[in-house]
Write a protein that binds this ligand. Structure first.
Ligand SMILES: Cc1cc2nc3c(=O)[nH]c(=O)nc-3n(C[C@H](O)[C@H](O)[C@H](O)COP(=O)(O)OP(=O)(O)OC[C@H]3O[C@@H](n4cnc5c(N)ncnc54)[C@H](O)[C@@H]3O)c2cc1C
Ligand code: SF4
Length: 315
């Protein structure tokens, strides 16, 4: 639960409502909190009732308990695409120096970017974009929205922490989001000398102590092969198992990718196919933090509005 769930609960409290936060992991914070804090966790096991009076069966550290509520906001987020899936030729599970964006993030936080294979700082690093997104073969035709920005941000951080390291980003086309164009993309190139190469990478192979990255430079229209010390896969977003599970428990419609279907979109992007159940953040599809907190505030308003209008009718 979080950051969508945290923002929704906060917004409900701000307008005088009561919210119960249910989190399956032992900590709040969702995907941005990579570390596994110790703590207590709770899962939804079953759901009954309808809009205005839901009864959720929870299993937590104190055993089973019921949560009674008038409305539900699903804020169960996303999972990282598994880069070991069929059709992925990048050796994520074979070569220790092939990692993903979320593996690099804690290394950067600790100022400890080292090749997992030998503990040495990498001299050449590349990012491969659109891993598990915009890919018809695996059925994820959508863009995951954040990975171009996140890869560029991480590339800048590598250049700052290891100024001697060359950093490349292999992309189909860069999709920077809103202000990230000016805040991240141009500084990455102009100030930090990250090298953007328009191309499609088809495979990663071992070559001596290094990795051979093979593909096609689509600007030049010719094959390319480059040696790297560290390869970072910019994996996309998929619905989390919790999103799929809760959609099924609550009988809420999902889209063809498994994200929650927004029934009222585009004017109402947070209502679901069931009255009294709303959704926010990456449970609805790829979303950055700004999208997430905006939709969370929207879902909170809709949920409280729904309950107040029911109460007014009952009076
Ligand atoms: C590597 C990486 C870097 C990123 N960096 C940025 C950035 O710099 N800027 C930016 O704007 N965005 C960034 N993002 C995107 C950002 O992480 C998401 O926008 C945000 O996490 C979405 O929040 P959420 O609350 O919808 O989902 P999540 O963060 O996925 O949180 C969902 C929560 O729900 C819980 N949950 C799931 N199922 C259940 C269940 N059944 N019962 C109870 N709890 C459940 C999970 O445990 C989790 O805590 C990044 C993403 C990645 C992958
Ligand atoms: S944000 Fe960039 S890397 Fe991510 S799916 Fe879209 S185009 Fe590909």
């Amino acid at each position: 639960m979080a950051p969508g769930g945290l923002r929704a609960a906060h917004a409900i409290a701000e307008i005088g409502g009561k919210a119960v936060l249910i989190e399956q992991r032992g900590f709040l914070g969702g995907a941005p909190i990579a570390e596994n804090y110790a703590g207590l966790s709770t899962e939804v096991q079953g759901a009954e009732g309808e809009g205005g009076r839901f009864s959720l069966r929870l299993r937590g550290p104190d055993g089973e308990q019921l949560a009674e509520c008038g409305a539900v906001i699903i804020a169960t987020g996303f999972s990282h695409f598994d880069p070991g899936r069929e059709t992925q030729m990048y050796g994520y599970y074979e070569f220790p120096d092939v990692i993903a964006l979320q593996d690099l993030e804690p290394m950067l936080k600790q100022h400890n970017v080292l090749r997992p294979s030998n503990g040495q700082p990498p001299e050449r690093v590349c990012f491969i974009q659109c891993v598990g997104s915009r890919d018809r073969h695996i059925g994820n035709e959508y863009c995951s929205k954040v990975c171009c920005g996140v890869a560029s941000k991480e590339a800048i951080e590598i250049r700052l922490q290891l100024p001697g390291t060359k950093v490349f980003i292999f992309y189909i086309d860069m999709r920077m989001y809103g202000y990230w164009e000016n805040q991240i993309y141009w500084p990455a190139q102009e100030k930090h000398h990250v090298q953007y190469v328009k191309g499609i990478i088809t495979e990663v192979l071992p070559k001596g102590e290094r990795l051979l990255v093979r593909g096609e430079d689509t600007t030049m229209g010719r094959p390319m092969e480059l040696e790297m010390d560290l390869v970072v896969l910019s994996v996309g977003m998929e619905p989390s198992p919790g999103t799929r599970k809760l959609a099924s428990l609550l009988s809420v419609q999902q889209n063809k990718y498994g994200f929650i279907e927004a029934a009222g979109s585009p004017l109402d992007p947070v209502s679901t196919s069931r009255e009294g159940i709303f959704a926010c953040g990456a449970a609805l599809g790829p979303a950055d933090l700004e999208d997430t907190v905006s939709s969370a505030a929207g879902a909170a308003m809709k949920a409280v509005g729904y309950l107040r209008s029911r109460a007014a009718v009952a009076r």
